[in-house]
Design a protein. Structure first.
Length: 257
């Protein structure tokens, strides 16, 4: 889809009310791609992808203010979030199937004893709880929340652009024939780690290792890095991070801080 969609068209497509879309705009959760001189809100494909993410976390019963912080976080892993959404929907389907079976038996056979098992939502509740813990209760998330309090959308865009510029620099090193373990590439890894710590949250070696795995795991994050640095850049960065952490471990083994 290349054409812009009006707020009415987006509402019809997604089932989200116009009033809700206006409210999302007001709180900065979903800003239209373009607002015309006449005041019409227009949305492009990127906006609709963000709306999908919003709707996903609404299904997980996250507050809107938390959803904004999560999907604006550069470490947001859309692939993982989709996996959680699929699992949650399966649990809800299982719950509905139990309710249908229970209601059918009531209609056809009646019951001789009181049973409320079909109304049990504990599995869904537990999964939702774990999903919330996964996204909203980490030290990194809390630090990100603290650091970005008062940060404007324009500031966040600038920070994101600067991060992508760093991946472009990785791409230049890759194109120049540098290897993951070369000094220039390893220096770029340290620069990346420092940048994340300065702008977003304390990027410990453990977190950096996790980010490296996410970069090469496929999906939106991998695509974005490859767009910035060229095909294969995400894999190149992931390998460079792995080499960096190995070198750190060796220094620790030798007693060098």
């Amino acid at each position: 889809m290349n054409e812009m969609m009006t707020v009415h068209e987006v509402s019809e497509l997604t089932g989200v009310s116009i009033r809700t879309l206006h409210y999302y705009d007001e709180i900065g959760l979903l800003t239209p791609s373009v607002t015309t001189d006449a005041g019409y809100r227009l949305y492009d494909e990127t906006s609709l992808e963000r709306l999908q993410d919003i709707m996903l976390f609404r299904e997980l019963e996250f507050p809107l203010k938390d959803i904004k912080k999560i999907i604006d976080n550069p470490s947001f892993d859309k692939k993982k979030a989709l996996e959680q959404q699929i699992e949650l929907l399966k649990l809800k389907r299982e719950h509905l199937d139990d309710l249908i079976k229970f209601a059918t038996e009531l209609k056809t056979k009646g019951v001789n004893r009181m049973s409320f098992k079909a109304f049990d939502t504990s599995k869904i509740d537990e999964y939702t709880k774990e999903a919330k813990k996964r996204w909203g209760n980490t030290d990194a998330f809390k630090e990100y929340e603290k650091k970005t309090t008062g940060t404007t959308d324009e500031d966040k865009k600038t920070m994101g652009d600067e991060l992508m510029k760093m991946f472009a620099e990785f791409g230049e090193l890759m194109t120049a024939g540098k290897k993951s373990g070369d000094a220039e590439v390893q220096a770029q890894v340290k620069k990346l780690q420092n940048k994340i710590s300065a702008d977003w949250y304390n990027c410990t070696n453990e977190i950096l290792a996790g980010l490296g795995q996410m970069y090469a795991a496929g999906g939106e994050m991998t695509d974005n890095i490859d767009t910035a640095g060229g095909n294969g850049c995400a894999e190149f960065v992931a390998k460079a991070i792995e080499m960096w952490l190995i070198s750190i471990d060796r220094l620790i083994e030798k007693g060098v801080k």
